[in-house]
Design a protein around this ligand. Structure first.
Ligand code: HEM
Length: 421
């Protein structure tokens, strides 16, 4: 393919993420790829190519296979290369072959393979103790109620994203990491900028740097003044070898970047989907416990992580009847896989009472989302409190005018203007 642009933020053709019609259905271009097959090769705008996996079974097969690597240092992704880098690489003997192994000293375990990944993941999952989760559950309800009280005190209209969906998970992660109340605004702002693909990459890089500095200060503070939070636990639980400051900063940053934008967008988009499906909204209003299973359906139906996970083939690997060459980049099309007709009947219908079936919204395999229980609590509690405490909740803008986050890492809505009685 001929490179189409030299100033790329992401080389996947943008139409693959464009919603055409229903804002909750997968993009038509993503579905069209699936019509060609569950594993398809696409040309990227930088002149390279990648593979899109869109069948439910095929996504599980890739994510469950350790020969598909998560290591972005060892296997440079064609998704992050400039057209010049692609041309250089193609000119080298061996073309797309992986680089030599590098020793990893960081703590970005979401982008690591065994043996480093399972060790760091185990240490962190050990910090999600029953006691800490119970405390967080109570905290989620308190935060949700406080945010709604502020909305009500301010009138009968608000932007639900700004007033509720963004601050709720941000405040919960602050509690998890032990961030001081006074520092929460700074933290929240840097996160939003770092993850906003529509901003210039220089601005995003600067925000990521600020976030790391923030985390580094936090780690130093927790070394001398431990609290009842995850960072303090990771520092003071005497692991052998102990975690370095760099690993701690990376692990805290991973928790934040994996847990904040995802949950915030699930909250905003779920509220939008419920308001557009009044029968389902009525179900929740009549019995909020319907959300116990209902959040699984929302996660399946909305699949906000619409741009990944991504993996790299460490050798020539066959998925279904397609062979993916060593070193190639593979992107999961979760929105389509979560609507696979071979798995669900009437997959395009939102039905909160659908019997619970495992979906791929939290991934699968070794990197399955570590925060999924916390995310479920935030979604159940957040949505139940919104719908029961704000009677008559409704959109104040036609649904077709709600701005969609089509080209963002995480899908959702930029704003959701609502009113209540
Ligand atoms: C991993 C989705 C909320 C922490 C993942 C992965 C997905 C995902 C798809 C797998 C990535 C991969 O395979 O490469 C979501 C969604 C969420 C959510 C849709 C909200 C609705 C959270 C929360 C936290 C969290 C609240 C923590 C506070 C993590 C971590 C990983 C992860 C640490 C990396 C696990 C590993 O590499 O072993 N998440 N997530 N996530 N998530 Fe979540």
């Amino acid at each position: 393919a001929t490179p189409r642009s030299t100033n790329l933020q992401r080389p996947i053709p943008p139409e693959i993420f464009e919603r055409n019609g229903c804002p909750f259905d997968p993009p038509a271009a993503m579905k069209a790829l699936h019509d060609r097959g569950p594993v398809t090769r696409i040309d990227l705008l930088n002149g390279a190519h990648a593979w899109i996996v869109s069948g439910y079974e095929e996504v599980r097969a890739v994510l469950g296979d350790a020969r598909f690597s998560s290591d972005r240092l060892r296997y440079p992704s064609t998704l992050s290369m400039s057209p010049e880098e692609v041309a250089d690489r193609q000119a080298q003997p061996g073309g797309q072959c992986p680089a030599a192994p590098q020793e990893r000293k960081d703590g970005m375990f979401i982008f690591m393979d065994a043996p480093q990944h399972p060790r760091l993941r185990r240490l962190l999952s050990g910090q999600f103790t029953v006691k800490r989760m119970k405390h967080l559950e109570d905290h989620v309800r308190d935060v949700a109620v406080q945010l709604i009280d502020v909305m009500r005190a301010d009138g009968t209209q608000a932007d639900l994203v700004k007033a509720f969906a963004l601050p709720l998970p941000s405040l919960v992660i602050c509690e998890l990491l032990g961030v001081d109340y006074a520092d929460r605004t700074e933290f929240h702002h840097s996160t939003a900028v770092a993850l906003d693909l529509s901003r210039p990459s220089e601005e995003r890089r600067q925000a990521s740097g600020e976030l790391r500095q923030f985390m580094a200060k936090l780690v130093v503070a927790k070394r001398s003044h431990p609290g009842d939070d995850i960072i303090s636990g990771l520092i003071h639980d005497h692991y052998d070898p102990p975690l370095t400051d760099r690993q701690l900063v990376d692990m805290a940053t991973t928790l934040l970047s994996a847990g904040h934008e995802t949950t915030a967008n699930m909250l905003g988009l779920s509220a939008f989907a419920l308001l557009e499906n009044p029968d389902q909204l009525a179900c929740v209003r009549d019995d909020p416990a319907v959300l116990d299973n209902g959040v699984e359906e929302l996660l399946r139906y909305l699949s906000v992580f619409h741009n990944g996970p991504t993996r790299f083939a460490t050798e020539d690997l066959t998925v279904g009847d397609v062979t993916i060459p060593a070193g190639d980049t593979v992107v999961m099309a979760v929105p389509v896989a979560n609507r696979d007709e071979q798995r669900w009947s009437e997959p395009d219908r939102l039905d909160l009472t659908r019997p619970r079936t495992s979906h791929l919204a939290f991934g699968h395999g070794a990197h399955l989302c570590l925060g999924q229980q916390l995310a479920r609590v935030e979604l159940r509690t957040g949505l139940a409190e919104l719908i029961t405490r704000l009677p008559g909740l409704r959109l104040t803008t036609p649904a077709s005018e709600i701005p969609l986050r089509e080209q963002m890492v995480v899908y959702g809505v930029h704003s959701l203007p609502v009113a209540w009685d």
